[in-house]
Design a protein. Sequence first.
Length: 171
Amino acid sequence: MPVSGLPTHDIPEGVDIDGWSLRVDGAVSAPIEIDRGDLREYPMTHYAGDFECEAGWTAENLSWRGIPANELVESAGPSADASHAVVRSLHEGYACVFPLERLRGSVIALELDGEPLPVEHGGPARLVPVGQDADCWESVKWVTDINVTEEDPVTEDSAKDIALSRIDASE
Ligand SMILES: Nc1nc2c(c(=O)[nH]1)N[C@H]1C(S)=C(S)[C@@H](COP(=O)(O)O)O[C@H]1N2
Ligand SMILES: [Mo]
């Protein structure tokens, strides 16, 4: 039995969660880097929702638990002009750009359906955007870096292209 209704995909080459840590850096006054042990110092929240992939499948009523992204962003002290963030991953080359306000409202999920988030679904930490209008590629698995910026780093965003080219290839 899979841990959830999420289908399992191959873990990209090079994803090695030993020594995983999560940084918040860029346009912040106090960059932070937290490891697995530090995670429990942050408050946790719960979010339940369906997860819909552009490829045509939906996993219904997933129950996520994790740290509100706002807690991490705030603790690093974003600059007054901070407007966006690039979220990066152990998955080399995968990067997703968010307006900072949207990122603040999302969850850095550590648990799925009451279990520690399995590595195949992005453990130890997966970004879960909150709300109906999120795109599947915004749910960055194996998050390692939230890089705060003062302008829209459009050219940094690779997640959508990676996800859509994978969908095209499977059709
Ligand atoms: N790092 C990373 N995160 C990612 C992706 C990816 O290729 N790399 N794919 C995205 C897409 S398109 C989907 S549909 C979901 C799939 O989640 P799952 O593998 O847990 O089913 O992960 C998202 N997050
Ligand atoms: Mo997707």
